[in-house]
Design a protein around this ligand. Structure first.
Ligand SMILES: NC(=O)c1ccc[n+]([C@@H]2O[C@H](COP(=O)([O-])OP(=O)(O)OC[C@H]3O[C@@H](n4cnc5c(N)ncnc54)[C@H](OP(=O)(O)O)[C@@H]3O)[C@@H](O)[C@H]2O)c1
Length: 230
């Protein structure tokens, strides 16, 4: 069977398990120390994946920010910041989004065969559009990324993407930051949607680390036998 990269899921949620507010500007769930922790994790990865809805709603740059970390990557023969990856079914992405316009690194877009031509017409000048098959499955995306040299993949959300990686049993590790407040609105996206998860009351995940960064708690769960502590 083709190999997958080591897969690290990274996200932040409120105490009541929400990834964002229901609408409006993106909810900040990290403090400076936590942002620096995420930056360090990014610097240690070959690629970062987010869903297309996150590209549209948050307009993230997904870059390694610290100049010293970028320089260390370049000294190791890597691009200053990891390859950026997204998945889309509808292929409605703006080539002017920060995902595409920032960072001296490759940008990859996986979409179903049916919409590949449309995606290429929109994005060919800013990204490599990859035909993900009739339905884009995360395992296939991961195997393809591994064949492109990605050994360590960081998945930064949102809810739909996290749910697919977890229910497919693809994740090796979950780093979950818990912000010290509630959202309290069921219209907001939760950490995951409905699904059958490999970890349930009779098959529990292993809590591999707990870290306090100011008022933010960072929980590390080992989700596979491949888990390696940083
Ligand atoms: N707190 C955090 O750590 C964090 C991190 C990231 C995001 N977020 C939040 O999460 C929310 C977005 O989450 P979300 O669940 O709506 O969206 P998402 O997971 O970011 O993206 C979902 C979109 O990705 C595409 N997609 C997902 N799986 C696919 C598949 N198998 N095949 C083809 N395309 C696929 C589809 O794009 P198309 O619609 O283009 O077809 C789908 O609508 C935002 O509020 C954002 O702020 C929070």
């Amino acid at each position: 069977m083709p190999e997958c990269p080591y897969i690290l899921l990274s996200c932040a949620m409120s105490i009541d398990g929400y990834l964002d507010r229901p609408s409006g500007p993106r909810l900040v769930l990290s403090n400076d120390a936590d942002l620096d922790r995420v930056d360090e994790m990014r610097a240690g990865c070959d690629a970062i994946l987010v869903g297309a809805a996150t590209v549209r709603s948050d307009n993230p740059r997904l870059l390694v920010r610290a100049p010293s970390r970028r320089a260390q990557r370049v000294a190791r023969g890597l691009p200053p910041t990891p390859v950026k990856v997204t998945v889309t079914e509808r292929a409605k992405l703006d080539p002017a989004a920060s995902f595409f316009t920032t960072g001296d690194t490759d940008k990859l877009v996986y979409c179903p065969t049916e919409n590949t031509a449309e995606a290429r017409a929109q994005l060919a000048s800013v990204a490599t559009v990859i035909d993900g098959g009739r339905t884009v499955r995360m395992r296939r995306v991961c195997e393809d990324l591994r064949s492109r040299g990605v050994r360590r993949l960081m998945v930064e959300g949102g809810q739909s993407v996290l749910t697919q990686f977890l229910t497919a049993g693809l994740a090796d590790e979950l780093r979950l930051a818990v912000a010290p407040f509630f959202v309290g609105n069921a219209q907001a996206p939760r950490l995951v949607g409905n699904g059958r998860f490999p970890w349930d009351p009779s098959h529990q995940a292993t809590l591999a680390g707990v870290r306090q960064l100011g008022e933010v708690a960072v929980l590390t769960y080992a989700l596979s036998a491949r888990y390696r502590s940083a």
